[in-house]
Design a protein around this ligand. Structure first.
Ligand SMILES: Nc1ncnc2c1ncn2[C@@H]1O[C@H](COP(=O)(O)OP(=O)(O)OP(=O)(O)O)[C@@H](O)[C@H]1O
Length: 220
């Protein structure tokens, strides 16, 4: 079912320093939005405010016209969020972790039989390479039933093979989900995104191409 995520009139300051001012943003299922911006421009803050892990000063998050709180987003499984730091327990093996997150056999199979997972089965999460870990996290999120996903730097520091696998997952997931993704690996994002936005001077600016990123001062 097509769904719409709407963020309206969002403001956020830290210690009275404004980071985001009067931010409005839409995301529909079936699209990938690329979110760009210089270090410290407020991309992670925006995602955290939408998800509700940090409190916004003002503004609304609506899904299909219904006002969302952090509790509702979690309870009703509305948004899956990939933070910059890993959320998987380090001491568990990949094989033990899968049934922990996914009791249903069909979901377990979807993950076990995803490309490259079989050979990671016995490895503990803490021993996975950064690329394998990020891939596994994205794979887990894709297999949850959230209509929206927000990913904070899924491509950072990972080898091309895993980047390609993550891109394939995202392109497949967007058939059913709306996805917001932020990463400084802008070329990887631009190859899969449908719309792009730059966070600059506390505001959002629509971006149509890498040239626009130059004009807006994100690239040289
Ligand atoms: N909990 C916090 N307390 C105070 N200031 C914070 C906090 N979190 C973020 N900031 C500040 O808010 C600004 C935006 O940070 P944010 O992490 O959202 O930027 P970003 O665009 O995601 O950067 P990067 O590309 O480096 O990940 C920065 O100046 C940062 O120092």
């Amino acid at each position: 079912m097509n769904q719409a995520l709407f963020i309206g009139g969002m403001h956020k300051s830290f210690n009275r320093v404004p980071i985001l001012e009067n931010i409005s943003l839409w995301c529909y299922s079936g699209e990938i939005i690329g979110l760009f911006g210089r270090n410290g421009s407020g991309k992670s803050t925006l995602l955290k405010c939408i998800y509700g892990v940090i409190k916004k000063d003002e503004g609304q998050v609506l899904i299909d016209g219904k006002r969302m709180t952090f509790q509702k987003i979690i309870r009703e499984k509305k948004i899956g969020y990939l933070p910059q730091n890993s959320f998987l327990p380090k001491e568990k093996s990949v094989r033990d972790l899968i049934p922990l997150f996914f009791p249903e056999e069909a979901k377990q199979d979807a993950i076990f039989y995803a490309p490259g997972v079989h050979k990671l089965e016995k490895t503990r999460v803490g021993k996975l390479s950064l690329g394998a870990l990020r891939y596994l996290e994205v794979l887990f999120l894709m297999n949850c039933d959230h209509p929206f996903l927000m990913l904070d730097e899924p491509f950072s520091m990972i080898q091309p093979l895993y980047k390609e696998r993550i891109k394939e997952l995202l392109l497949s997931a967007k058939k059913e989900k709306g996805i917001i993704i932020t990463d400084h690996y802008y070329e990887d994002v631009l190859t899969i995104s449908d719309r792009n936005i730059l966070v600059k001077d506390r505001k959002l600016i629509p971006i149509n191409s890498a040239d626009d990123l130059k004009i807006a001062g994100y690239l040289r």
